[in-house]
Design a protein. Structure first.
Ligand SMILES: Cc1cc2nc3c(=O)[nH]c(=O)nc-3n(C[C@H](O)[C@H](O)[C@H](O)COP(=O)(O)O)c2cc1C
Length: 191
């Protein structure tokens, strides 16, 4: 079994990436591999509404030059999908929004191939907007018919500069428990 995590931060070693590492640490203890894919900080267009994915039904987005199709392939081959985002102006980053729009449209055009894969959001926030961001990611999992893994608190860390997550003991515990719960759900539903 395999988990993939998409990090929408432009900082590959920021708080969001570290939060995913903590989740992956728990998955590893259960023999589950994790792949972290950094999608932030590079051009990633939103959906153009061209509907070519619905016409072609080839598991691909018609915008082929920004790597989105490789992200779609990674989603298709994973059992669990983590979408991780720092809060930017009270919501997900633009990169995560583009991922949701285009992978979502391609999935719906292709027999909803995300159905029954496990989803989990991961959020890093300095101060405000984490609940909304957490919910925005869960709305995606909801419409994709994906069971959502939860934790002992909502999956977020209060941190600003890279590394500040290490001062947030409750956040770290939350991500550890999230990893344990993703593994539990994977074994129950995907084993
Ligand atoms: C463009 C931008 C917008 C941000 N907007 C918010 C915000 O709305 N609320 C907040 O609490 N923090 C906000 N932050 C702070 C980040 O969420 C915070 O620093 C987070 O830890 C960054 O995660 P990273 O290290 O993975 O990039 C913003 C940061 C940037 C760069």
């Amino acid at each position: 079994m395999k988990a993939v995590a998409f990090n929408g931060s432009a900082r590959p070693k920021g708080n969001t990436a570290r939060a995913v590492e903590i989740v992956f640490g728990e998955l590893k203890k259960e023999g589950i591999d994790g792949e972290l894919v950094n999608i932030g900080g590079k051009p990633l267009a939103g959906c153009t509404g061209c509907n070519k994915c619905k016409a072609n039904k080839d598991m691909k987005c018609a915008l082929k030059d920004d790597g989105m199709n490789s992200y779609i392939e990674k989603m298709a081959s994973a059992d669990a999908i983590i979408i991780a985002s720092p809060v930017y102006y009270g919501n997900v980053t633009a990169s995560v929004k583009a991922l949701i729009e285009r992978c979502g449209q391609v999935a719906r055009a292709n027999d909803s191939f995300l159905r029954h894969k496990i989803g989990a959001p991961v959020v890093a926030v300095r101060r405000a907007g984490s609940n909304f961001t957490y919910a925005a990611i869960n709305f995606f999992f909801g419409i994709m018919e994906m069971p959502i893994a939860t934790s002992s608190y909502w999956n977020m860390t209060l941190a600003r500069d890279p590394g500040e997550i290490e001062n947030d003991a409750e956040g770290i515990k939350t991500f550890e428990n999230l990893g344990k719960n993703i593994a539990w759900l994977m074994k129950k539903t995907r084993g």
